[in-house]
Design a protein around this ligand. Structure first.
Ligand SMILES: Nc1ncnc2c1ncn2[C@@H]1O[C@H](COP(=O)(O)OP(=O)(O)OP(=O)(O)O)[C@@H](O)[C@H]1O
Length: 213
């Protein structure tokens, strides 16, 4: 499968739709609107941080299991980014060291590739959409999910800034599969059909070089 990555508002969900239509494969979306824990987490991150991670971990393992049968199925977020988000939250004092250690060890255990299993759990390709902090703020505002708005909670500004900064290093260090970057500032694939075509061409080229297409 192909997994999309990128910060909040990067356009993962939109690219999942575009790409799965283009490849004639199945998209896998993690529904944000049905997530009952997310608004609780934004209200009280210290209390709900760990629960939210366990929720996401469980959901993403489900997605991996459901999507493995086609190398070109598209997941709208990779499981590997959750660790980045959780580390940020732990560094901000929203999770204890014990919670953080248990999460890391659980993730490692769940993602371990076993010789007898039919398919690897890591994606065949990770596509990261990179956007600037400015674009991130604009997209979050434009989308308007109330609990994500800085206008309602000014402390989110620093959270988002820190998250955006951490993505560059996270991408550099990521080595669980082949990977590629899409410039989400330069290519507005949601609003501009020609940018969408260019992005799909870049991805096609990468898939061909990996023998997946
Ligand atoms: N592991 C996590 N820890 C904390 N919050 C998370 C985690 N994963 C997702 N979220 C939160 O869930 C919400 C949805 O995030 P996500 O980036 O998956 O979708 P999105 O914002 O719709 O992305 P896109 O616009 O790229 O499709 C955000 O508010 C984000 O902060």
């Amino acid at each position: 499968m192909i997994a999309l990555a990128g910060t909040i508002g990067a356009g993962k969900t939109s690219l999942t739709k575009l790409l799965s239509d283009h490849l004639n494969s199945q998209p896998f979306y993690e529904s944000v609107d049905d997530n009952k824990i997310l608004p609780l987490f934004y209200k009280d991150p210290k209390k709900y941080g760990f629960l939210l991670q366990i929720y996401f971990l469980n959901r993403r393992i489900d997605e991996i299991k459901d999507s493995f049968n086609n190398d070109l199925n598209v997941l709208d977020r990779s499981i590997f980014e959750d660790a980045l988000l959780f580390k940020l939250n732990a560094d901000m004092g929203r999770a204890t060291e014990t919670e953080s250690n248990i999460y890391s060890s659980l993730l490692r255990n769940m993602m371990e590739e076993l010789p007898a299993q039919g398919h690897q759990k890591a994606p065949n390709l990770l596509i990261t959409i990179q956007i600037s902090f400015d674009t991130m703020l604009k997209r979050i505002k434009k989308r308007g999910r109330s609990y994500e708005q800085i206008a309602n909670d000014p402390s989110l500004y620093d959270y988002y800034k820190n998250l955006n900064q951490r993505y560059a290093k996270w991408y550099q260090d990521y080595d669980a599969s082949p990977k590629m970057l899409i410039n989400g500032d330069k290519y507005d694939f949601v609003e501009d059909p020609s940018a969408a075509r260019q992005v799909l061409a870049q991805i096609d080229q990468k898939l061909e070089s990996l023998g997946l297409k």
